[in-house]
Design a protein around this ligand. Structure first.
Ligand code: ADP
Length: 411
């Protein structure tokens, strides 16, 4: 194994696995560390955790366990991957996990670069932009679990860290000599500016000797060159299971809300989930599964997603975690019922939601298939319910026609 990656959520892991695979790595994604502690053979192994919003101590523990398994499997470099919108709170978990991993590998310094220019995430003067607006003006300010209300990532990360957080500005990134010098002088953590793919490729080259790097998935674009791998390696041929499809959405992100609306307008069968009814027992996963069975040829969409004011009302009644977990639990139970009734192709919207669904389905490994939209591939998963095709989408990813497009792609 050349590269060992730890991702703090499942859709992020898949997004990273896709970029590594396109860059020339053979990649296997695993859900958590297997009980045996032994990881599969590949140029890169991505361990998908669900550690973004769990208590910080727990996130550190899980990340360290993954890192130890990756190092035991021969990883020469560790990559801690988080969201390109730096999803976290003042307590963590990005900073504490990064510092614990630094300690584990004996690194004096590491970088933090969530930029993903093709998805509109750029960093300039340490400030994260989402498209044309600062992170703090983007819909991320209303995220149900990790509202991002400060765009200055140096400040955000410093609040989470014991060690000093500094900035590597764009003009340094754009000068190979200055970048090498800046990284070799670095102590602690540094947010690195990047506004274009070329910046990430230059950064990838410059971090060749770092034991630990941290960032968004796009940082992986420049890593294959460090291990002598070839992007022309081509895609593994995968054998997709025949069968029915279903779409489960638990993301309240702006892109997912648009995708739901587009799918609804196409005349597809859609069923909204209302948290009050779920809690009252008036809406059950069994009923939703029956709706799916009766839906006809077009894949049904079941969604809990709602606009920010409706989410806030649910959170006021049930708590932030309480509302989120109840919905995740509902989607997870529904996924199991659907898998038992012969659904073999699942599109899931939302990072946490995907994590809950994947855990319930008992996913062990995922191999990367064709890309649906930037950052979201189809994956072929080995699960407790046999082989399933899974498209697990981070809430904000994908074009408006994502749902119809994804299901239309598999033969
Ligand atoms: P994203 O990828 O957009 O961040 P996630 O699935 O990670 O999506 O997070 C969305 C969270 O919001 C989940 O915990 C989900 O259960 C929760 N959620 C979904 N719908 C609602 C709702 N109507 N009210 C409150 N919380 C909701």
């Amino acid at each position: 194994m050349h590269l060992g990656a730890i991702a703090d959520d499942l859709t992020g892991a898949t997004d990273l696995a896709l970029i590594l695979s396109r860059a020339g790595f053979s990649v296997v994604q695993v859900a958590d560390v297997p009980a045996s502690g032994k990881l599969p053979e590949a140029d890169a192994v991505v361990v998908a955790l669900k550690s973004r919003t769990i208590p910080v101590g727990h996130a550190v523990q899980k990340s360290l366990a993954a890192a130890r398994a990756l190092l035991a499997g021969g990883a020469q470099q560790l990559f801690f991957k988080y969201c390109s919108t730096f999803d976290s709170t003042d307590k963590g978990n990005i900073g504490p996990v990064a510092e614990a991993l630094m300690h584990l590998v004996g690194a004096r310094a590491t970088i933090a670069c969530p930029a993903f220019p093709r998805n509109g995430r750029t960093i300039y003067r340490g400030h994260l932009f989402v498209g044309d607006v600062l992170l703090s003006d983007s819909p991320m300010k209303d995220h149900p679990l990790t509202p991002m209300r400060d765009a200055n990532l140096v400040r955000v990360l410093q609040r989470q860290c014991v060690q000093k957080v500094s900035l590597v500005p764009l003009e340094t990134v754009r000068s190979p000599e200055r970048l090498t010098a800046a990284l070799s002088d670095l102590e602690g953590l540094a947010i690195v500016d990047a506004v274009a793919d070329e910046d990430l490729i230059a950064l990838g080259r410059a971090v060749k000797r770092m034991k630990l790097i941290t960032g968004g998935s796009a940082l992986a674009m420049g890593l294959a060159q460090n291990f002598g791998l070839d992007a022309e390696r081509g895609q593994d041929a995968l054998d997709w299971p025949a069968g029915q499809g279903a779409i489960l959405a638990g993301s309240c992100s702006a892109a997912t809300l648009r995708q739901i609306e587009a799918y609804r307008q196409s005349g597809a069968p859609v069923l909204p989930i209302v948290l009050d009814d779920v809690v009252a027992g008036a809406q059950t996963p069994e009923q939703a599964a029956a709706f799916c069975r009766d839906a006809g040829d077009q894949a049904p969409l079941i969604y809990a997603s709602a606009e920010p004011d409706a989410v806030a009302a649910n959170q006021a009644r049930f708590g932030v975690a309480g509302a989120g977990e109840r919905i995740e639990h509902f989607m997870a139970e529904l996924a199991v019922l659907l898998a038992r009734s012969g659904v073999t192709r699942f599109v899931v919207a939302g990072g946490e939601t995907s994590g809950a669904v994947s855990t319930a389905l008992g996913v062990s490994t995922q191999r990367i298939g064709p890309e649906i939209d930037p950052g979201v591939p189809w994956t072929l998963a080995e699960t407790r319910h046999g082989r399933l095709a899974l498209a697990l989408k981070s809430g904000n990813f994908g074009a408006d026609d994502f749902f119809a497009k994804s299901l239309g792609m598999l033969t």
